[in-house]
Design a binder for this molecule. Structure first.
Ligand SMILES: Cc1cc2nc3c(=O)[nH]c(=O)nc-3n(C[C@H](O)[C@H](O)[C@H](O)COP(=O)(O)O)c2cc1C
Length: 361
């Protein structure tokens, strides 16, 4: 799978998620099997480029390439300028956000709201492609299936974007109107894939290896993109990769590995955000890692009251050490916690027969 000149290791992508897929989390996902990750969206408003928030979002220190930066905005000239600015600072791929339902970006409806105004959407795409052309930086587009159920225009925008020079399109199988409610549908993604020459990525509600395989089969997409299901389980990428290549399930991670990964993640997180913000913004990640593990609720309440990184690290270590006395591997998500006992003694290379998850398409 290629994006412009960049060959990717595989077609398992980390979805951009503002406030989640910062550089430490993207790096972790890539280490654990993701072939590609896009940054959280960066505003196209120049007056905000020097804020701490935007500069943290633009931080790619030590991240393996290609470095992909997503930009969001509603003004073609500003979006072109934002593309140039980020390319000058190391972006190797520019992604245009037409997928995020966030209410307002730049004080105007942006993200997926742009799908309501096709001519504005296309003027932005054109301007960004032109801005990136001199440096041979590929431009990609992330969007939804349309504005609402009766106005699903992903196909016409995707075709026009391809004509304008966009080199990959990702489609989240929901409309803007749906937000995150209901289910993602994959027929529109299949129609986009069937019509385009450039790679098409399927996104939405992919939360298990079975679902990944089913979405790939249903859409014919070149790659899949995973967002919420990676929160607190960045190893989902290696699990899906293993399942797609062998048809077998990889054993869930050892509790000791989860401890090592989470502690490394936290150190990296504090180094990006600093002590005060870092401790507070790490709480959501810790909560996701321990989600549905035994004693997680009490642990989260205790951990949320801690205000410094040393106590947070110690609490995480203590909780996972205690869990390790009860089980070697974390339970399969959504499975009965007792099945972890059955995995006792398995090595990382072993396969386990995780319960089949229902695949609703
Ligand atoms: C917390 C959060 C933040 C998000 N931020 C962005 C963003 O910055 N840019 C974007 O294009 N999509 C954003 N999205 C949408 C995701 O990239 C993805 O399209 C959506 O979550 C559906 O995929 P999933 O079902 O695998 O989570 C965000 C989603 C979540 C949950």
């Amino acid at each position: 799978m290629f994006i412009g000149p960049f060959a990717l290791d595989n077609g398992l992508f980390v979805a951009p998620m503002a406030g989640v897929t910062d550089r430490p989390f993207r790096q972790l996902c890539k280490r654990l099997g993701a072939g590609y990750a896009v940054s959280e969206m960066v505003t196209s408003r120049p007056d905000l480029w020097n804020t701490l928030k935007t500069s943290r979002r633009a931080n790619h220190d030590g991240e393996p390439g290609p470095i992909a930066v997503q930009i969001a905005g509603t003004d073609a000239a500003m979006m072109a300028e934002a593309a140039r600015y980020n390319v000058d600072r190391g972006a190797q791929i520019i992604d245009i956000n037409m997928g995020c339902p966030a209410k307002k970006v730049c004080n105007k409806w942006a993200g997926s709201a742009l799908m309501q105004d096709e001519s504005l959407a296309l003027s932005i795409i054109d301007a960004v492609v032109q801005a990136c052309a001199p440096s041979n930086v590929p431009v990609t587009l992330k969007m939804r299936t349309g504005w609402c159920q009766s106005h699903k225009n992903a196909l016409s925008i995707a075709l026009a974007a391809q004509d304008a020079g966009v080199q990959m399109v990702t489609v989240h199988g929901r409309t803007r109107e749906q937000g995150y409610k209901g289910h993602a549908e994959y027929d529109t993604i299949a129609a986009v894939k069937a019509a385009l020459r450039i790679p098409v990525v399927a996104n939405g509600d992919i939360s298990s290896p079975e679902k990944a395989r089913a979405v790939l089969q249903r859409t014919g997409a070149d790659a899949i993109m995973i967002g919420r299901a990676a929160q607190g389980q960045p190893w989902i990428f290696r699990e899906i990769a293993h399942f797609l290549s062998t048809g077998e399930h990889l054993a869930p991670p050892l509790v000791s590995e989860v401890k090592r990964l989470l502690i490394e993640h936290l150190h990296d997180h504090y180094s990006l955000y600093g002590e005060f913000i870092g401790v507070r913004s790490a709480r959501k990640h810790i909560g996701w890692y321990v989600h549905s593990l035994p004693g997680a609720e009490a642990f989260r309440q205790e951990m949320n009251a801690l205000e410094d990184s040393a106590s947070q690290l110690a609490a995480v270590g203590h909780y996972l050490d205690r869990l390790n006395t009860e089980m070697d591997r974390i339970p399969v998500r959504g499975a009965d916690a007792t099945c972890a006992k059955e995995n006792r003694g398995a090595t990382g290379a072993d396969r386990t027969s995780a319960p089949r998850m229902e695949v609703a398409l």
